[in-house]
Design a protein around this ligand. Structure first.
Ligand SMILES: Cc1cc2nc3c(=O)[nH]c(=O)nc-3n(C[C@H](O)[C@H](O)[C@H](O)COP(=O)(O)O)c2cc1C
Length: 127
């Protein structure tokens, strides 16, 4: 399937609630993933999950951010048209001071071809 290679200045942002439901996505995220904003808001973030991604990567992501820390890692995502794209993601926990609710924000940039190769090899060894 077709790889969508990010541009150097692409910056994909999304925000979820504590269950991984999408609250926000920026234009770069929508454009690369191939969805309109209305197709994403309210959906589970696993809408872009690629089957090549090991479960353990997402367990590490959730365990880390739920404990109040920042998680960074490489993620292969699926596009609406069945293609894929790689990102280097940093996921932050955030607490809204007014509502006291925790949400999570992911900011993603383009990984180098070398970084993708390494992540791909590592993920083949994980479940
Ligand atoms: C802020 C945030 C961003 C996320 N971004 C992605 C993403 O881009 N791709 C993805 O597959 N999972 C992402 N996840 C993890 C998903 O919530 C989910 O755990 C993952 O897709 C695995 O799906 P599953 O839990 O249904 O097995 C993100 C989670 C959070 C908190």
């Amino acid at each position: 399937m077709r790889e969508h290679v990010l541009k150097n200045d692409d910056f994909l942002v999304s925000q979820t609630d504590d269950k991984g439901i999408i609250l926000f996505a920026n234009d770069d995220f929508c454009k690369i993933a191939g969805y309109t904003i209305d197709e994403l808001i309210g959906k589970s973030h696993n809408i872009v999950r690629h089957p090549d991604m090991p479960k353990s990567a997402f367990k590490a992501l959730w365990d880390t951010v739920k404990s109040g820390k920042v998680w960074s890692g490489y993620v292969k995502n699926k596009t609406k048209d069945g293609g894929y794209y790689w990102v280097y993601a940093t996921v932050y926990p955030m607490k809204d001071s007014a509502s006291n609710k925790t949400s999570y924000m992911s900011c993603r940039r383009k990984p180098s071809a070398e970084e993708i190769k390494t992540a791909e090899a590592l993920y083949k060894t994980l479940r």
